[in-house]
Design a binder for this molecule. Structure first.
Ligand code: ZN
Length: 140
């Protein structure tokens, strides 16, 4: 469960990564049960409903949890180790896995306010969700 560079070529995934490359973060909300999620699934992960409304996420949230990866799960991140893989709670209620940058390990705390970075969400021409603190931390 780490931030994944785009390798899924399904239609929902293609549309999702196209949006990310275009500079906006899609948020899916189930019309049946109201659950919001970011992962480009073709149906709701809660009720399996297929009536999904895609909106533009604000891209702000807080850190829920994280790990410091010392081995790249994907070759495109080989030069980035060690890097932080974090679970981010978006303000809209969805939770997403992403890479977290511009924060020192010692400054990481649960609840740290973060913002999605459209410009940083690209590694080697493959999009990758990247968040950074909304306010600079003591050490970068
Ligand atoms: Zn649902």
């Amino acid at each position: 469960m780490v931030p994944q560079a785009s390798t899924d070529s399904s239609a929902p995934a293609e549309a999702f990564w196209h949006a990310v490359r275009s500079g906006w973060l899609p948020l899916r909300q189930c019309a049946s049960c109201g659950v919001s999620f970011v992962v480009p699934l073709p149906a709701c992960p809660s009720c399996a409903g297929a009536d999904l409304v895609v909106t533009k996420a604000r891209g702000t949230g807080t850190v829920y949890s994280w790990v410091v990866a010392h081995h790249a799960f994907d070759p495109v991140l080989a030069d980035a180790v060690p890097y932080i893989a974090a679970l981010i709670n978006l303000d809209e209620g969805a939770r997403v896995y992403a890479r977290l940058v511009d924060v020192a390990d010692r400054d990481l705390v649960a609840g740290l306010p973060v913002q999605w970075s459209a410009s940083a969400s690209r590694v080697a021409d493959r999009p990758l969700l990247v968040f950074r603190p909304t306010q600079p931390t003591e050490q970068r």
